[in-house]
Design a protein around this ligand. Structure first.
Ligand SMILES: Cc1cc2nc3c(=O)[nH]c(=O)nc-3n(C[C@H](O)[C@H](O)[C@H](O)COP(=O)(O)O)c2cc1C
Length: 186
């Protein structure tokens, strides 16, 4: 059955390595019949969470802050699968992605017990370092995040060895891994 996939792209580089992973993932998953929406967070007006815990009162506009998260909330609520796509920044996800993800708390606030909607999840990440050690901190964050949310991991593509924008284009095996992960969704 066709799945609804919501990609949160945390890379500010529009022709960067993360975007190349995303493009290949989309190619594979659309060929498999899935429906994709991708948000380029850098191009959007998204403010940091205020921690006011006053959201969740209106399903059509769950956060008290009225900015471009309004475009993401309906897609997030409808999606079967959330793709977290990010460059590695200081052994974590980028600020753009963290900022948007924190704001998803307003959706959990729609539930009196702060229950998060249950999703499948994927991580696409580009980085300069290409060792397991380099990836370990962000992998622990991702695994911990989805474990605590009660989400299910569908896969990770960690594309190390990429510093310059577009250097991943010389690594067809990394692009193929993203495409194949996309195609595996059915
Ligand atoms: C602010 C900043 C922090 C970074 N931190 C790391 C890091 O901790 N580990 C690493 O391997 N690469 C790090 N990098 C390199 C990026 O992850 C790498 O250039 C990646 O390919 C960028 O993806 P993009 O082309 O999608 O922007 C950092 C780059 C920047 C600009």
């Amino acid at each position: 059955m066709s799945k609804k996939i919501c990609i949160l792209n945390g890379s500010p580089r529009q022709n960067g390595n993360t975007k190349a992973l995303i493009n290949n993932f989309i190619k594979g998953t659309e060929e498999a019949g899935n429906e994709v929406i991708c948000f380029d967070l850098q191009k959007m007006d998204i403010h940091g969470c205020l921690g006011c815990c006053s959201g969740g009162k209106d399903i059509s506009s769950p956060c008290v802050q009225k900015d471009d998260m309004e475009k993401i909330y309906p897609a997030y609520m409808k999606a079967d699968i959330i793709v977290l796509a990010s460059p590695m920044y200081y052994w974590g996800i980028s600020g753009q992605l963290k900022c948007a993800f924190d704001r998803l708390f307003a959706v959990a606030e729609l539930d009196p017990g702060y229950a998060n909607p249950v999703k499948d999840c994927i991580l696409l990440m580009a980085a300069e370092g290409d060792t397991e050690d380099n990836f370990a901190p962000v992998k622990a964050f991702y695994k911990g995040l989805i474990h605590n949310l009660g989400w299910n991991d569908l896969g990770i593509v960690y594309a190390g060895g990429n510093m310059d924008a577009g250097s991943i284009l010389n690594k067809p095996e990394q692009l193929k891994a993203a495409e194949e992960l996309g195609r595996s969704i059915s």
